[in-house]
Design a protein around this ligand. Structure first.
Ligand SMILES: Nc1nc2c(c(=O)[nH]1)N[C@H]1C(S)=C(S)[C@@H](COP(=O)(O)O)O[C@H]1N2
Ligand SMILES: [Mo]
Length: 365
C-alpha cells in the first residue's frame, strides 16, 4: 500500500438506499450506457457501446507503444503495435457486459457505478489470439498465473494500483483470449483501450483489460487489487468471497412504443406490435429460450441464431396489444438450463444482477 491521501478514508458507506449521491451521478456521467433502443441491432455502434473506466483514460502514443512480456518467461520480449498487427488477424463478435450491470436494482445497493440495465454491448473486435504470443515467450515450469496490467493508475479504498487482472494457464487454454486493436472495423477509441486491449470472451467485462501494456508470467498467484479485493461475490466485507468470472444468462428488450422523457415509461396504440430484444449467456453457452411476460402470462419468444459463439442472440414475439397498463418482462434460459432468477441473489458489491428486465407500458388509443 502506498502512502496517499485516500488511505483508510473511502468517504462513503459501503452500501446505500434511496436517492443517488453526487458521487454516484458523477460516475454515471463518465461511464455511459447502451441505448436500449439499439438492442434492435446485432452489433452495437462504437459510440453507443457502454463504457466503464475506473480511473482516467490514458492517452497513449500508438507509435511508441510496446507490449511487454516479462516475469517467469524463458524468452521475454517486447512487441510494437505494428508487429502485433502483422500477426494472424481475427475478427470476433463478442458480447461484453459489466459485472456491475443491474447494481442499482439491488437493495441495499453498493456505493459504486449505479447501472440499471445498460452496461452491455456487442462489438466486432479485431486483433490476434494471445496464446501463440504467450507460447513464444516460453512460460517457465511452475507458472500459475499470467497478470495483465493496464496503463491506468489510480486509487480505490486507499490502495494505489494500475488496473490489472490475471488468468491461470488453465483459464487461458479454455478461453479464446484476443489482443485487440480494432472495434467494429475502426481503430480502438481512447476510452475503449487504445491502442491495445485484452478481450476475454464469455467473462464479465473486468477481465478485458484496456490499455494493456504488460503481461507478467508469475510463479505465485497474482494479488492485484482488481483481482483479489474487488470482483468477488461477498455477503460481508471481511470475506475472501468467490471470484466473478463468466457472464450469467440474461436478456433485455427494446422498449416498445414511445417514452415519457423523464420516467422512460412507454405509451403505445392497441394492435399488433413486435416485441424484440437480445439474450446472452457466458462462456460460449448458447441461449435456448426466451420468455416474455405480458400481464401474468409468460409467452415463448422466437430466438434467432447468434452472430457468433460469444455474441448475443436476437429474440422476438408478436403481441396483439389490448388497452391496459402492463409491466412487461423478459427472461432467458441457456443450454445448460440456467434461467434468469426473478430476484437476483444479493451480494455486497451488486455484481451479476440478472433478474428480468421490466418495462412499464400503457396501451391506449
Ligand atoms: N485498464 C482498464 N481496463 C478495464 C477497465 C479499467 O477501468 N481499466 N474497466 C474494466 C471493466 S469493469 C469493464 S466492464 C470493461 C469495459 O470496457 P469498455 O469501456 O470498452 O466497454 O473494461 C474493463 N477493462
Ligand atoms: Mo465492469
Amino acid at each position: 500500500m502506498t502512502d496517499n491521501p485516500f488511505t483508510g478514508a473511502p468517504g462513503h458507506e459501503e452500501t446505500t438506499l434511496g436517492v443517488f449521491s453526487k458521487a454516484e451521478v458523477g460516475l454515471a456521467n463518465r461511464n455511459s450506457g447502451a441505448f436500449l433502443e439499439m438492442l434492435a441491432l446485432d452489433i452495437t455502434p462504437v459510440g453507443a457501446h457502454y463504457l466503464l473506466t475506473h480511473f482516467d483514460v490514458p492517452l497513449l502514443d500508438a507509435g511508441a507503444y510496446r507490449l511487454v512480456f516479462d516475469g517467469a518467461f524463458e524468452a521475454p520480449f517486447e512487441i510494437s503495435l505494428e508487429e502485433i498487427k502483422a500477426e494472424p488477424r481475427v475478427t470476433m463478435p463478442v458480447t461484453m457486459e459489466c459485472a456491475g450491470n443491474g447494481r442499482a436494482g439491488m437493495e441495499p445497493r453498493a456505493f459504486s457505478m449505479p447501472w440499471a440495465y445498460e452496461a452491455v454491448g456487442t462489438a466486432e473486435w479485431t486483433g490476434t489470439p494471445l496464446a501463440p504470443l504467450i507460447e513464444r515467450a516460453k512460460p517457465q515450469g511452475g507458472v500459475v498465473d499470467f497478470a495483465f496490467e493496464g496503463a491506468d493508475f489510480g486509487y480505490d479504498n486507499g490502495v494505489g494500483h494500475a488496473f490489472g487482472r490475471s488468468l491461470t494457464p488453465e483459464e487461458l487454454a479454455d478461453l479464446e483470449v484476443l489482443l485487440v486493436y480494432e472495434m467494429n472495423g475502426q481503430p480502438l477509441l481512447p476510452q475503449h483501450g487504445a491502442p491495445l486491449r485484452l478481450i476475454v470472451p464469455g467473462w464479465y467485462g473486468m477481465a478485458s483489460v484496456k490499455w494493456l501494456n504488460r503481461i507478467t508470467a508469475m510463479s505465485e498467484r497474482y494479488q492485484g487489487f482488481q483481482q483479489v479485493e474487488t470482483y468477488r461475490f461477498r455477503q460481508d466485507a471481511g470475506e475472501a468471497g468467490e471470484p466473478v468470472t463468466e457472464i450469467r444468462v440474461k436478456s433485455l428488450m427494446v422498449p416498445p412504443g414511445v417514452p415519457d422523457w423523464i420516467t422512460r415509461k412507454r405509451r403505445l396504440s392497441p394492435g399488433p406490435v413486435t416485441l424484440q430484444g437480445r439474450a446472452w449467456s457466458g462462456a460460449g453457452v448458447p441461449v435456448e429460450r426466451v420468455e416474455v411476460r405480458i400481464g401474468e402470462t409468460w409467452h415463448e419468444a422466437k430466438v434467432e441464431a447468434p452472430l457468433g459463439r460469444y455474441a448475443w442472440a436476437g429474440w422476438s414475439l408478436e403481441w396483439e396489444a389490448a388497452p391496459g397498463h402492463y409491466v412487461l418482462a423478459c427472461r432467458a434460459t441457456d443450454a445448460k438450463g440456467n434461467v434468469q432468477p426473478m430476484k437476483a441473489e444479493w451480494n455486497l458489491s451488486g455484481f451479476a444482477n440478472n433478474a428480468p428486465h421490466e418495462v412499464e407500458v400503457f396501451v391506449e388509443d
